[in-house]
Design a protein around this ligand. Sequence first.
Ligand code: 4NP
Length: 165
Amino acid sequence: MSTPAPYRVLFVCLGNICRSPAAEIIFNAVVAEAGLSVLVRADSCGTASYHTGSKPDHRMLAALERAGYRYGGHRARTFRRADFTDFDLIIPQDEQNESDILALARNGEDAAKVRGMWRWFAAEETERSVPDPYYGGPAGFDSVVALLTRSMQRLVAELAEKLPQ
Ligand code: 4NP
């Protein structure tokens, strides 16, 4: 039997140095724990290009390390239209990222792939964004990691239901 093509997930934020690389790292860890690594592939990118080629922000890497996650070597890149073809699910971290990506959609099929991270927030979380920690202190980075960790369990459980086992 041939292995099915992996389901491809792309996390998007503004700079691709804080929230979306954290989302990618946490998603990969939760996917590995669920034993689904061969069935899914993740990547991340930003809607803006000013950090292209950079490693994630050192404050985000420190917060990820405090929570027990390991950085796998990602370098920032910018969202491109071809990502609509190359990915099955595109997850903006806030509503500005969502509208910036939707503005690039070529058709309804592209647009239907875009689903905000908040769709997997717990019901008691009223925000519709992963807050941008860039201009704040270390606690903001820790709370992004915690919010993404809680949400990623729900996202991966949803994917586990629909992926062939
Ligand atoms: P990110 O955070 O979108 O979560 O990667 C930011 C990174 C850089 C900037 C803003 C937010 N910036 O203004 O350079």
